[in-house]
Structures are given as structure tokens and as C-alpha cells.
Write a protein that binds this ligand. Structure first.
Ligand SMILES: CC(C)(COP(=O)(O)OP(=O)(O)OC[C@H]1O[C@@H](n2cnc3c(N)ncnc32)[C@H](O)[C@@H]1OP(=O)(O)O)[C@@H](O)C(=O)NCCC(=O)NCCS
Length: 267
């Protein structure tokens, strides 16, 4: 699909505003859907309808106790919050009580890239989750997110985008969880196709109330296991869980940029 190019000007000095979407009928939400579908490949994303549903639920009621607190944040240059063509970016994610923050998706319009919009969206997302955890009286130990590293033979543009991602992750204080290929279900596959291969993802984590040094291999295994259980409902014994955390797996935090290197094609 052709990437949406808009005539919307944005310059480095222009203020970007970020706010939370509460109305699924808002054309800005439709613009976020377009950006989401244009900038992420099908096997990296869940159906947009699920995101829309969480926006609708959030507007209706407060999250039930122990339930996820989901947020869709949108960004535009100041004064253009009603112009769908001015949508500069979005971020979507949730607080998982008793676990931590989970940032699911982020995207910036091609015309708005490298101007700090991605950084701004992450920072605002962290702030929103701080408010959520404060309301629950819980600490916010970390925020975690996943990202699909291109295949060694993927086109140059995919590797350029991977570099952009890992630099953004670095910029916002995220670390790469080295030593884990997190196997997740392929939502693009036909629901009937049980044999669709899982999608291997790299994990990134920003320590917040828990200091970086406390993320030992043991603690990181718990964090990774918690993601399987809490998000994908995978328990020990399920193939994706067991292949993500094989015996002897020793995950460690490394600078996010270290995940950016293009690996040589496998022989
Ligand atoms: C990845 C993405 C969100 C970055 O957003 P952005 O608004 O351009 O990022 P920022 O302007 O905040 O830049 C953050 C850092 O990344 C660097 N960066 C951004 N784009 C870059 C690029 N194409 N090449 C190299 N570095 C890049 C910036 O220089 C900055 O690093 P620095 O502070 O060390 O200079 C954006 O490229 C995008 O939407 N890509 C398509 C969707 C996607 O991949 N989403 C992520 C899913 S996990």
C-alpha cells in the first residue's frame, strides 16, 4: 500500500501536542487506523477493530479492577488536532496491573519523522501509565514492548526502519533484552490455519521504578514469562512459551542500539 504523504508542514520548532482518543467516531481515530495499517506489516499487528473496541470501552467505563488500562494517544502539530491529514503519530498500549506497562504499537507519519514525535509519544505514554499505576497504588516497575527485527535478506528499507526503531528505543531509555526470541502468534494468518509459524520478536524494556541493575537474568525470565502469560495466555508447556524460554536461557539488558546491527544471512 502506498504510504500516505500529506502536504502538512511541520518544522522542528513547531510544538507537537499529544492527547488521548476517547471517541471512535472521531476522524482522527480513522487517520490513526490508516497510519497503523500503512506503517506496520500485517503479521506485526492485531486487527484495528480490537484497538477501536478498547477506545470505546474506555470511554464507557473505568477499567474493571485488575483489568488492563488501555490508551490510544494521538499527536499533531499544535492547532491542527481536528485535521486528519495532520496526524503526526499515534501510540497504543496498556498498564497490566501487577505486571508493568506494555506498549503495543507506535507509528509516525512519514512527513513527521525525525522530528522527535516518536520520542514525544513514548514519553507521554510513560506519563499516562504513571498516572494509572498511581491510581492503583502500585509501582510501575517497567514498560516493555516488542518489535520484529527484519530477516537478514529483507530489503534495505526494512533495515533502515529497524535502525530508526532501535535509535528511538535508545532515545527513550529502552534496553534490548538480549538472548530471547519471543515467539508470538501470527495474527495475520487465517484463524483456521493452526500451523501458521509464530512471529519471532525482540523485546525492549524501560526500567522505571525497578532499577536497571535489578533486571538480572532470573528477573528478566520472569518478565518474559509474564508477557507470555498476561498477554498471550501461554503457559509453560505450550510450544511458544517453551521455545521462547528454553533451558539455559540467560537474558540480559543491553543498549537498544545493539539490537540494530544487521546480522549476516544464515548459510
Ligand atoms: C520508528 C519511528 C516510530 C521513529 O519515529 P520518529 O518520530 O521519526 O523518531 P524521533 O524523531 O523521535 O527520533 C528518535 C531517534 O531515532 C533516530 N531516528 C529516527 N529515524 C531515523 C532513521 N530513519 N535513521 C536513523 N535514525 C533515525 C533519531 O535521530 C533519534 O535519535 P537521536 O536522538 O539519537 O538522534 C518511525 O520511523 C515510524 O513510524 N516507523 C514506521 C512504524 C514503525 O516501525 N513503528 C515501530 C513499531 S515497534
Amino acid at each position: 500500500m502506498q504510504l500516505q504523504q500529506t502536504a502538512t508542514p511541520v518544522d522542528a520548532k513547531q510544538k507537537v501536542v499529544v492527547w488521548e482518543a476517547f471517541d471512535v467516531a472521531d476522524p482522527m481515530v480513522a487517520a490513526a487506523k490508516d497510519l497503523y495499517e500503512q506503517t506496520l506489516t500485517a503479521d506485526e499487528r492485531i486487527p484495528w477493530l480490537w484497538i477501536e473496541q478498547s477506545v470505546a470501552d474506555r470511554a464507557k467505563s473505568k477499567p474493571r479492577p485488575g483489568g488492563w488500562s488501555r490508551h490510544l494517544l494521538l499527536a499533531t502539530p499544535e492547532g491542527q488536532q481536528d485535521d486528519p491529514a495532520a496526524l503526526a503519530g499515534y501510540v497504543y498500549g496498556a498498564l497490566l496491573p501487577g505486571y508493568g506497562g506494555y506498549l503495543c504499537y507506535v507509528g509516525v507519519a512519514p512527513w513527521a519523522r525525525r522530528l522527535g514525535v516518536g520520542t514525544r509519544l513514548y514519553d507521554q505514554f510513560f506519563k499516562v501509565l504513571r498516572v494509572d499505576s498511581g491510581e492503583l497504588g502500585e509501582p510501575l516497575p517497567f514498560v516493555i514492548w516488542e518489535s520484529h527485527r527484519p530477516d537478514p535478506l529483507s530489503p534495505h528499507s526494512d533495515w533502515e526502519n529497524w535502525t530508526a526503531r532501535t535509535r528511538l528505543f535508545d532515545r527513550v531509555g529502552g534496553y534490548w533484552i538480549d538472548g530471547v526470541d519471543f515467539l508470538s502468534p501470527n495474527f495475520a494468518a487465517d484463524e483456521e490455519a493452526d500451523d501458521a509459524p509464530p512471529v519471532p520478536l525482540q523485546l525492549f524494556l524501560k526500567p522505571l521504578d525497578t532499577p536497571e541493575a535489578a533486571f538480572t537474568p532470573e528477573r528478566l525470565r520472569e518478565v518474559v514469562a509474564g508477557l507470555h502469560r498476561g498477554v498471550y495466555r501461554n503457559e509453560p508447556g505450550s510450544p511458544m512459551y517453551d521455545r521462547t524460554l528454553p533451558p539455559g536461557c540467560e537474558p540480559q539488558l543491553r543498549p537498544a542500539r545493539a539490537a540494530g546491527a544487521r546480522t549476516p544471512p544464515r548459510a
